[in-house]
Design a binder for this molecule. Structure first.
Ligand code: PMP
Length: 411
């Protein structure tokens, strides 16, 4: 282990993540699939365990002691997310199942209600499928037109193309903050300003951002922002949609059912106020509570230290991978997160994934739910090592050794 990287005591941090200490094929695991999902620190499942063992109960429904305790813990997370994102009000925080559901909520509720035939929706060539398909479905239904900002061979958005595509017809820009397959950090603040100047709203897909850098929705001035708990060291099955209150107030509900109503008769139903209007049915109570613990944990590590550590891992990894003959990195943006996507000409990524797995190393191989990115580079798939602050340079060395072995098998 490399021990202290910058100001961060990685050895100590790693003790918080029991999952980092398992063996795979008799070797200590190297976990480099953090863009798919991060590991969870002990405090997250302890918080969930505490709920299940001591006050498991439904929320917002009973006045009995346990339900009140569960409701208080559930709502405390909403307050934590509000502070975490620097939202103006906790009612702007909607709990969903994850980024995918958050984007679908906006497409369904805002899109179906407010967008019409001929309106343009602008996305980019580097979007995750979850920020492409909901808009295509909406376009099919409403006659809207989907426009796509291209990127260059470094994996950077072509800003002039963005400016050209942004017109008075653009009603919504839905843009990824950090690309999961390229690592590119997009200039979202500048793009939001430009979109607003044209009268368009902006949704930010922050799935890959929230675990790596501070995200401030008031500073960005985005209209909507989506993320998933499981990429922020929290549980699966829970995520967040942030939306400006004045927009969320205007939007019709997404799902109908319990908890989202004010009153129900067969003649007329009225809806609850924010945020409950968008939280129909029993939510993922334990997971929301776990997300609160994850946020506390990340903030205790601190984004300054996280960013510094991950940037030094990225620099080290970018250099170290060059030792593998023929290896080509996919994605070389100047502003880049710790994602190392690569190809080894002549070797299928699945063979790479299988062989490095034999060495106890977990990387991702495939299209990473970004098939248009693969098409841009003319490859069916890449191998991807995505790093987090609990990773070390020694682990990167092990990946390089494993890839050198792959080269021996496939010279
Ligand atoms: N957007 C990006 C950039 C992602 O990386 C992912 C997950 N890989 C998603 C959206 C979808 O997240 P989820 O599957 O948690 O809804």
């Amino acid at each position: 282990m490399s021990g202290v990287v910058m100001d961060l005591d990685v050895k100590k941090i790693r003790q918080d993540f029991p999952n980092l200490h398992v063996s795979v094929h008799g070797k200590p695991l190297v976990y480099f699939d953090n863009a798919a999902t991060t590991f969870k620190p002990r405090v997250v499942w302890e918080a969930m365990d505490g709920y299940y063992q001591k006050y498991a109960s439904n929320v917002h429904r009973g006045i009995h002691e346990l339900s009140e305790k569960a409701t208080a813990a559930y709502e405390a997370t909403r307050g934590k997310v509000q502070k975490f994102l620097n939202a103006r009000d906790s009612k702007e925080i909607i709990f969903t199942r994850g980024t995918t559901e958050s984007i679908n909520l906006v497409a369904y509720s805002y899109g179906r209600h407010f967008l019409k035939d001929g309106d343009e929706i602008l996305i980019s060539e580097m979007e995750h499928h979850s920020n492409i398909v909901p808009w295509q479905m909406l376009c099919e239904e409403k006659g809207c037109i989907l426009k796509v900002i291209p990127f260059n061979d470094q994996g950077e958005l072509i800003y002039e193309e963005f400016e050209r595509l942004l017109t008075a017809k653009t009603k919504l820009l839905s843009i990824v903050y950090i690309s999961n397959s390229l690592g590119t950090i997009n200039p979202v603040k500048k793009m939001i300003k430009a979109a607003h100047a044209r009268g368009a709203l902006v949704l930010v897909d922050a799935a890959q951002a929230v675990g790596h850098r501070r995200v401030d929705v008031q500073d960005l001035d985005c209209d909507f922002l989506a993320f998933s708990g499981h990429k922020l060291f929290g549980p699966t099955g829970v995520g967040v949609l942030y939306g400006k209150a004045e927009l969320l107030n205007k939007m019709p509900p997404f799902h109908g059912g319990g908890d989202m109503i004010s009153s129900v008769t067969f003649e007329k139903t009225t809806y609850a106020a924010l945020p409950y209007k968008f939280e129909a049915g029993t939510p993922a109570v334990a997971e929301v509570i776990g997300l609160g613990a994850a946020i506390d944990y990340v903030l205790s590590v601190g984004f300054e230290r996280i960013e510094a550590c991950e940037q030094s891992l990225l620099e080290y990894g970018t250099r170290a991978l060059q030792k593998v003959p023929g290896l080509k990195l996919i994605g070389a943006a100047r502003e880049k997160a710790a994602v190392l996507s690569f190809i080894l000409p002549g070797v299928h990524p699945h063979d790479i994934g299988t062989l490095v797995n034999d060495e106890g190393i977990a990387i991702r191989t495939g299209h990473h739910c970004t098939q248009p990115v693969m098409k841009h580079f003319g490859v069916p798939a890449t191998s991807r090592a995505s790093l987090s602050f609990y990773n070390t340079t020694a682990e990167i060395d092990r990946l390089v050794e494993a890839l050198l072995k792959v080269r021996e098998v496939f010279p």
